[in-house]
Design a protein around this ligand. Structure first.
Ligand SMILES: Nc1ncnc2c1ncn2[C@@H]1O[C@H](COP(=O)(O)OP(=O)(O)OP(=O)(O)O)[C@@H](O)[C@H]1O
Length: 202
């Protein structure tokens, strides 16, 4: 079985006909984490989507070994389903281990909400549900776009524990965040260092 990993080399991104960034390198090995930093609109979410294979890099190479699980501001859960059923749909698609969803719901303190329709969940509860989907997936590579948004202190602690546990098991985490995230010693990628300057076009 090949070892999981995520390697970016010289990655550039253009969106809407505008170059956002270029020259991004990232080498993620088991147990590694990376934090994407930078102001609004610099391209953090775009880079996360490139890592996920949802957006094509304009230049450079992306080598991904192993499954990815991603979460961003889109919940991707059926609003009409009770939470557990909505999460179970994804667990089946992800061929998650039978007990993985129970463990993930416990990790995000979601057990009391099992039967609550997704549409009735609060902002922070929805975020915890999205994180439970990632945790249950069993994917080695987690791509987390603003995972702390809407989380209270207790939930941020749970996120920190989940991330630490994932890394300890040889998982990888790439996160974009404006707020401090409980990552022990991430590689910090300052996106402004890669921003495309207008004068470079001349
Ligand atoms: N589908 C799209 N088509 C065209 N341009 C887009 C599209 N999605 C994003 N952009 C543009 O790409 C740029 C980077 O957006 P992105 O969401 O990657 O930034 P970000 O660093 O994650 O920002 P934030 O901190 O606000 O979340 C923005 O200028 C945005 O308007």
């Amino acid at each position: 079985m090949s070892r999981a990993g995520l390697h970016l080399s010289g990655v550039a991104c253009a969106r809407g006909g505008r170059l956002l960034f270029r020259g991004v390198d990232l080498a993620m090995e088991p147990g590694g984490s990376a934090l994407l930093k930078g102001p609004n609109g610099i391209g953090k979410s775009s880079l996360i989507r490139i890592c996920a294979g949802l957006l094509r890099a304009t230049a450079g190479t992306v080598a991904r070994h192993g499954r990815v699980a991603m979460t961003d501001e889109r919940l991707a859960l059926d609003m009409e389903q009770p939470l557990e059923a909505a999460l179970r749909f994804w667990a089946r698609l992800d061929t998650a281990a039978p007990m993985a969803l129970d463990a993930a719901m416990a990790a995000m303190a979601l057990e009391p909400l099992r039967q609550v329709p997704v549409r009735m969940l609060s902002t922070g509860q929805r975020k915890r549900a999205a994180l439970a989907r990632v945790i249950a997936s069993g994917a080695p590579i987690w791509l987390l776009d603003e995972p702390g948004n809407g989380l209270d202190e207790a939930a941020l602690d749970l996120l920190g524990q989940a991330v630490a546990g994932h890394l300890a098991k040889g998982g990888m985490v790439v996160a974009a965040s404006h707020q401090p995230l409980p990552l022990a010693s991430p590689v910090v990628l300052a996106m402004q260092d890669h921003a495309w300057a207008e004068e470079e076009e001349a």
